[in-house]
Design a protein around this ligand. Structure first.
Ligand code: MD6
Ligand code: FE
Length: 201
């Protein structure tokens, strides 16, 4: 495995996952979504998010009018399915920590979906990294600093790229400004899947 690039403090592994492995990941994520169907979360202000989400693992990330939080069950009441082994293998390859992830959040972006600038700060141990996997269409990823008003830098994430938020960058603001539709043939219906892995407790 080649050394990661440093993008604004984030470790970026361009093209870490080859096409056959990407296809295996998509198949595994489809099985996750069969057990725990994707849904459009609402923000605590009652506005639907543009991405659809589901999770695997001991905890899933949910958001509704009560706010956002980790929950041990899908909104339907079923337990989240286990994190697929193909996904765990990527965590072991890049995370640099001995603990296993407890949440595998799966986000689906249609061509018009986006993700506003945010921090991942709902977890209790910030010495544990967040690992993120991109599948499908290219996405413009923006990364800033620890304050929302800090300067930001942007880069395109491609299918098969993996990034790791660790150390100083663990709590950096980040978001997805837009997709570039039609840039990948991985997902027959187009769009983009993003998987983020986290230790929650
Ligand atoms: C996305 N990513 O790539 C959104 N969070 O669709 C994230 O929100 C993210 O890429 C934590 C760590 C890495 C990420
Ligand atoms: Fe995030």
């Amino acid at each position: 495995m080649t050394a990661p690039l440093d993008f604004h403090g984030i470790r970026l592994y361009p093209g870490l996952i080859d096409r056959p492995a990407q296809e295996a990941l998509v198949a595994a994520l489809r099985r996750v979504a069969e057990a725990a169907p994707m849904f459009h979360p609402e923000t605590r202000f009652g506005k639907k998010m543009s991405v659809k989400m589901t999770s695997a693992g001991a905890f899933g990330w949910v958001s509704d009018r009560r706010g956002y939080r980790y929950e041990p069950r899908h909104p339907s009441g079923v337990a989240w399915p286990p994190i697929p082994p193909e996904v765990l293998a990527i965590w072991r390859q890049v995370s640099g920590v001995d603990r296993a992830p407890e949440c595998c959040l799966v986000n689906y972006y249609s061509e018009s979906a986006r993700m506003g600038l945010h921090q991942d700060i709902d977890e209790s141990d910030f010495s544990m990294p967040v690992v993120s996997i991109s599948l499908g269409d290219d996405a413009l990823f923006r990364v800033g600093g620890l304050a929302r008003s800090d300067p930001t830098a942007s880069t395109w994430l491609h299918s098969g790229d993996v990034c790791v938020l660790a150390g100083e960058a663990r709590r950096a603001f980040h978001g997805i400004d837009r997709l570039k539709p039609g840039t990948s043939t991985l997902l027959p219906q187009g769009g983009r899947l993003n998987v983020t892995l986290r230790v929650v407790t």
